[in-house]
Design a binder for this molecule. Structure first.
Ligand SMILES: Nc1ncnc2c1ncn2[C@@H]1O[C@H](COP(=O)(O)OP(=O)(O)O)[C@@H](O)[C@H]1O
Ligand SMILES: O=P(O)(O)OC[C@H](O)CO
Length: 495
């Protein structure tokens, strides 16, 4: 039997494959960026075929690169950008529309209608979510409404819906398995997180046929097999990428939390086997389904985190590489009074404003490019600070430190500024590939590569601890001005 675990990490901007051994050594990493489509203001799409081909490509590349044979691979774990919605024809395997990405705002009016129909409380109570275009439900309806004949075919089970995990699983098993896991189901705004079933009230309200929905399974079990060069490899772990990162950070117990700095920023706290309801705009979601039980999490989701750095690089052309942001931000001693609120696709937690749009305020004749770069970096940390404060207010438990991961956690300036603005330590783990690691853990637990979460918990190691060093008065002024800037971007696109 193989001993290596292959994690497929299908993120918003790239598909990655990482091969781990039992001691969590990384034997190989392959990554491929893919195309982002912005067909209209506030709309974001991906091509599902490109998602699949890039993911398949990096999977094969990492196997070749590491020089292992398929027979040496014990299991595959899938982790994915969540909420992104794909509908495809069961017969032909062809998507009937581009994937509508989690960031896409096109369904804001459908959400308004759900609210007008008095479903807001029902959505909060049943799904744990705040009604928003972010989640899959309204995206499914949008496609069914526009593609001719799609709803009828969906009723007959001929059109299938899946989040990206489901799509990859279906492709990897050659159309044999149409399933998802509880964490991904909990992001659709159609799933009852207590009864652990699709919710008929919401299915009816949006006219979404049950027949098109995937079977919901735990996050760690054998879902099916994929054939690689004649070897059947079990796919035995699935979790949405933020839940996978929580798991990969060893946050197995109630009170454990992490923040991932990827395209967006996602703060998740494990709250154990009882769902915790937020009074401060956080989401109640499923952390993991394991050993016949479900653990819940509180989540704060920020739509634009590391993506603001990409925007400075690609649209503003302020620098060539994301890592340059750190250098420029440190060339000035402060933000020069400039604040950037990157509400490019509205604001997520704790504000939940689908109509907010980005603002840049405080510009003077003396404002330099470096101030704007610094303001962008700072905006990531302010948004996360808002989440931490909301979470502490909900749980009544102060976070002693913050475990950080994700692409933008490489940025030393950002990590130090985060510690300063939060006034507590930020801990970066030795293995920063926590999303992939979490998927590997889930796949390895189901195939006896690892025996228990206790065994895994002993493996977490800190690489860098960032210690706060900012005066309280400065911190309060910066947070206060940030909140004034946030007020200025609210409701901008609601006209
Ligand atoms: N050195 C860096 N400094 C700041 N931001 C970075 C750096 N490297 C990557 N990023 C940002 O991190 C994000 C990618 O992180 P990643 O975890 O791979 O994201 P995702 O899973 O969302 O595709 C990008 O938005 C990028 O701008
Ligand atoms: O692809 P990421 O890492 O930006 O994560 C996206 C989230 O899953 C969206 O909810």
């Amino acid at each position: 039997m193989g001993t290596y675990i292959l994690a497929l990490d299908q993120g918003t901007t790239s598909s990655r494959a990482i091969l781990f051994d039992r001691e969590q050594n990384i034997l190989g990493v392959a990554q491929k960026e893919f195309t982002q489509f912005y067909p209209k203001e506030g709309w974001v799409e991906h091509d599902p075929i490109e998602i699949w081909s890039s993911q398949y490509g990096v999977m094969m590349e990492v196997i070749a690169q590491a020089g292992v044979t398929p027979a040496e691979i014990a299991a595959i774990g899938i982790t994915n950008q969540r909420e992104t919605t794909i509908l495809w024809d069961k017969e032909t395997g062809r998507p009937i529309h581009n994937a509508i990405v989690w960031q896409c705002r096109r369904t804001a009016d459908i959400v308004d209608k759900l609210r007008a129909d008095g479903l807001e409380d029902h959505i909060r109570r049943t799904t744990g979510l705040v009604p928003d275009a972010y989640f899959s439900a309204t995206k499914i309806k949008w496609i069914l409404d526009r593609v001719e004949g799609a709803r009828e075919k969906a009723r007959r089970g001929e059109i299938l819906f899946g989040t990206v995990d489901t799509w990859l699983l279906w492709k990897l098993t050659n159309g044999a398995v149409h399933a998802t896991d509880v964490t991904n189901a909990s992001r659709t705004m159609l799933y009852d997180i207590r009864k652990l079933d699709w919710d008929d009230t919401l299915l009816q309200a949006l006219d979404i046929p049950r027949a098109m929905l995937p079977q919901v399974r735990s996050s760690s079990e054998i879902y099916g097999y994929t054939d690689i060069q004649g070897v059947q490899i079990p796919i035995s772990g699935i979790a949405g990428d933020q839940q996978a990162a929580l798991f990969g950070q060893g946050c197995f117990s109630s009170g454990d939390a992490k923040n991932t700095y990827g395209t967006g920023c996602f703060l998740l706290m494990n709250t154990g086997e009882t769902p915790c309801e937020s009074r401060n705009g956080l989401l109640t979601t499923i952390a993991v389904g394991l050993n016949g039980k479900v653990q819940y999490a509180l989540e704060g989701s920020v739509f634009v985190g590391g993506a603001v750095i990409q925007w400075l690089r690609d649209e503003m052309r302020f620098f060539a590489e994301s890592r340059d942001a750190e250098y420029y931000a440190q060339k000035v001693s402060d933000n020069g009074g400039v604040y950037l609120v990157p509400a490019f696709t509205g604001l997520g937690a704790p504000y939940w404003d689908m109509y907010a749009r980005g603002v840049l305020v405080g510009i003077t004749r003396g404002t330099q490019r470096e101030h704007i770069i610094r303001a962008a970096q700072e905006s990531i940390a302010y948004q996360v600070a808002d989440l931490v404060h909301a979470m502490e207010s909900d749980t009544g438990v102060p976070l002693t430190n913050l475990k950080a991961d994700g692409g933008a956690s490489r940025d030393m300036f950002l990590m130090q500024f985060q510690a300063d603005i939060l006034d507590r330590q930020v801990l970066r783990p030795a293995i920063r590939e926590t999303t992939a690691l979490g998927a590997a853990y889930l796949a390895g637990l189901a195939t006896n590569v690892w025996s228990s979460t206790e065994e895994l918990g002993r493996l977490w190691r800190c690489d860098t601890a960032f210690t706060p060093a900012m005066e309280a008065a400065n911190r309060e002024k910066l947070m206060g001005d940030w909140h004034r800037a946030v007020e200025r971007c609210r409701g901008w696109a609601d006209r």
